[in-house]
Design a protein. Structure first.
Length: 138
């Protein structure tokens, strides 16, 4: 997908930061592209269980690789809290997360902690997203 078009492919029903977080979870479950959820800024950052993606281009490339090599996502929110102030929001959540690696067939299953910040321009988008777990990725 061309970079310029990414902000136009966000789901239509994201009236709030909370809507955006839920849409991100659903998009991950569906195996659809996640890049549009991130602001096109050099300082944007996403921490996953096993990686750090710094900068919009790194996030787009990393998430495209993730989408291409994983399937059967489970994303179960257990304690989401979202605070929104005008055009800025932050959130945290406890999430049961699992997926299958399509290269190895291995199922990964984690209890994770998520936190992030979002800003609203045309759409609500992440400027930081951090996913961590006590367990290590095999």
């Amino acid at each position: 997908m061309p970079r310029a078009a990414c902000s136009d492919c966000m789901p239509e029903d994201q009236a709030s930061a909370e809507d955006t977080v839920e849409a991100y979870y659903q998009t991950l479950r569906n195996g659809d592209p996640l890049g549009p959820f991130f602001a096109d800024e050099p300082g944007v950052v996403k921490f996953g269980i096993a990686e750090k993606l710094a900068g919009y281009d790194a996030i787009i490339d990393g998430l495209a690789d993730q989408t291409a090599t994983t399937t059967d996502w489970t994303v179960e929110s257990r304690d989401r809290h979202v605070t929104e102030r005008q055009d800025f929001a932050w959130y945290h959540d406890d999430v049961h997360l699992s997926w299958t690696d399509t290269d190895t067939g291995q199922l990964h299953d984690f209890e994770t902690r998520w936190s992030g910040t979002l800003r609203a321009d045309k759409n609500w988008q992440f400027v930081t997203l951090h996913v961590s777990s006590k367990e290590e990725l095999d």
